[in-house]
Ligand binder design. Structure first.
Ligand code: HEC
Ligand code: HEC
Length: 189
């Protein structure tokens, strides 16, 4: 009886392992992000607001294009529309700084050859006369969206700080430039 239990246990572990390519938790995390959106190619405009690093890392499905830091900057707390041309300025623990800009869906990403920071890092976002500075340090997470989850899920909101955004409710948000894909997460205008 004990032996049978052992065999069942081992074979179910083996099956789970085969089905999930080794790490069921990791695979489930990736799966929970959903499929690619129709009409958005796998490239710089895809998956705005998602934790890029989950896939763009040595063990992920986009291991060919790893990023050292990546994320998305949105217009306002209650608006998941990406903002282009936002300067993302980061400084690491050795004092090394790197500055990059968001594209027209609000995405930015840093490749290892550009900057490979020593964590923890500090982050600040700026466009025109608007800026926001994260007070705390980013300990080791390479995706802003690890903590800054889309607040459109009210459940997630309880446990996250919401997406990164630049403008206050009273600000006039600049008109987005023409973009190959819709910069609003979830479609719509
Ligand atoms: C669910 C997995 C997944 C997530 C999340 C994801 N990507 Fe990708 N991405 C891919 C795959 C797969 C490819 C195509 C294979 C490759 O290029 O490695 C790709 C390709 C790309 C490319 C083109 C490759 C290159 O080197 O130029 C860019 C740029 C890119 N993604 C940016 C991002 C950004 C920015 C984010 C976050 C906002 C993100 N991706 C989130 C899976 C993902
Ligand atoms: C480890 C979790 C975590 C990660 C990763 C993270 N943040 Fe934050 N962020 C926070 C928390 C918590 C706050 C609120 C307190 C504070 O400002 O430190 C915050 C606040 C901010 C603010 C200020 C918001 C305001 O209203 O003034 C900005 C801007 C910001 N983060 C940008 C970023 C960017 C850009 C990235 C990715 C490079 C990032 N954060 C990654 C947790 C995180």
């Amino acid at each position: 009886m004990r032996q049978l239990f052992f065999i069942v246990l081992v074979s179910s572990l083996v099956l789970a392992g085969i089905g999930a390519c080794g790490d069921p938790v990791y695979d489930a995390q990736i799966k929970s992000l959903g499929d690619e959106q129709a009409n958005v190619p796998q490239g710089e405009f895809h998956r705005a607001g998602q934790p890029c690093e989950l896939c763009h890392s040595s063990s992920g499905p986009a291991s060919a294009s790893p990023f050292t830091v990546a994320g998305t900057i949105f217009a306002q707390q209650a608006s998941a529309i990406g903002v282009d041309g936002v300067t993302v300025a980061m400084t690491d623990t050795t004092g090394s700084s790197f500055v990059t800009k968001t594209n027209c869906v609000g995405n930015f990403f840093v490749r290892p050859g550009q900057w490979d920071p020593a964590f923890p890092i500090l982050a600040r976002i700026v466009r025109d006369n608007r800026s926001r500075t994260m007070q705390g340090q980013i300990g080791r997470e390479r995706s802003c969206a690890n903590c800054h989850k889309d607040p459109f899920s009210s459940y997630e909101r309880l446990s996250s700080v919401g997406h990164v955004y630049l403008y206050s409710p009273d600000d006039v948000v600049p008109t987005p430039p023409t973009c190959p894909v819709n910069p609003r997460v979830g479609g719509g205008n």
